[in-house]
Design a binder for this molecule. Structure first.
Ligand code: BTN
Length: 245
């Protein structure tokens, strides 16, 4: 079970803003509800277990009870809506840098919302905007990953056993810093994202809507979209799925 006392001792400011639940359908749903009630920026919802955790495009987010960190943050960003695509990238940068800098784990950010270790997914990010708030949901595999070759947990690769309480404190600080920065100076942040981007310079196939595309990744645009050269033409994709190398 997540140790709230330990978390309060490590991160008293975040603890003040934390809503902890043993079980929820989805922390994103609860965060939207709190946002409608008017809670402040950086309110956090954390659940030990989700019965209807969701990923992008209606996919299910699976995580065994207590295996990972399942949380959502209510944001009231100082950012025009057309730049909301930056938020998942900024959060991904923050989380990946915690893994790299604090645990020497070679994490990579895969546009638009995944963090990979050895080409396997250890974290997914789901950003949902409503009227005057944004909910940033994070599913991070810490102790165990769900079954399947495509997933990995931090504990699978860390040199020492990791503590969920410590990781949550570190990633929250990193996320909040990077989300602020994506509004202030995204160009600078983009260089840092590109440096650990899994797709940089790679040839990929992907779906945009129903249509399949093939091309080389050139970079990320100022609104957070993916820049791809396809058939000699530079194109910008705000949404894409099933991205394969
Ligand atoms: C993805 O990879 O498609 C995004 C997955 C996001 C999962 C997290 S778990 C906490 C929060 N609550 C949800 O229902 N989803 C996000």
């Amino acid at each position: 079970m997540f140790d709230l006392r330990q978390f309060a001792a490590i991160a008293p400011d975040f603890y003040q803003k934390l809503h902890w639940h043993e079980q929820l359908e989805s922390t994103n749903d609860e965060a939207h509800r709190l946002a409608e009630d008017g809670v402040e920026h950086a309110t956090i919802v954390l659940a030990e277990h989700q019965t209807k955790g969701r990923g992008r495009r209606g996919a299910e987010w699976m995580s065994g009870s207590g295996d990972g960190l399942l949380f959502s943050v209510v944001l009231r960003p100082q950012l025009e809506q057309r730049y909301y695509g930056r938020i998942a990238l900024a959060a991904g940068l923050g989380i990946a840098l915690v893994l790299i800098d604090e645990f020497s784990i070679p994490a990579r950010v895969k546009w638009p919302n995944d963090i990979l270790i050895s080409s396997k997914k250890c974290c997914g990010i789901l950003v949902e905007a409503s009227n005057d708030s944004v909910v940033l949901g994070v599913g991070l595999n810490v102790l165990n990953a769900p079954r399947g070759d495509e997933f990995i947990a931090i504990n699978d690769v860390a040199s020492e056993p990791v503590s969920r309480e410590e990781i949550l404190a570190l990633v929250l600080a990193a996320i909040m810093g990077e989300v602020d920065r994506c509004a202030e100076n995204f160009a600078l942040q983009l260089n840092r994202i590109e440096a650990i981007s899994y797709l940089s310079g790679k040839k990929i196939t992907f779906l945009s809507g129903e249509q399949q595309h093939q091309g080389s990744v050139v970079g990320i645009g100022e609104d957070g979209s993916l820049l791809v050269r396809t058939n000699g033409r530079l194109r910008q994709f705000a949404q894409a799925s099933d991205i394969q190398l």
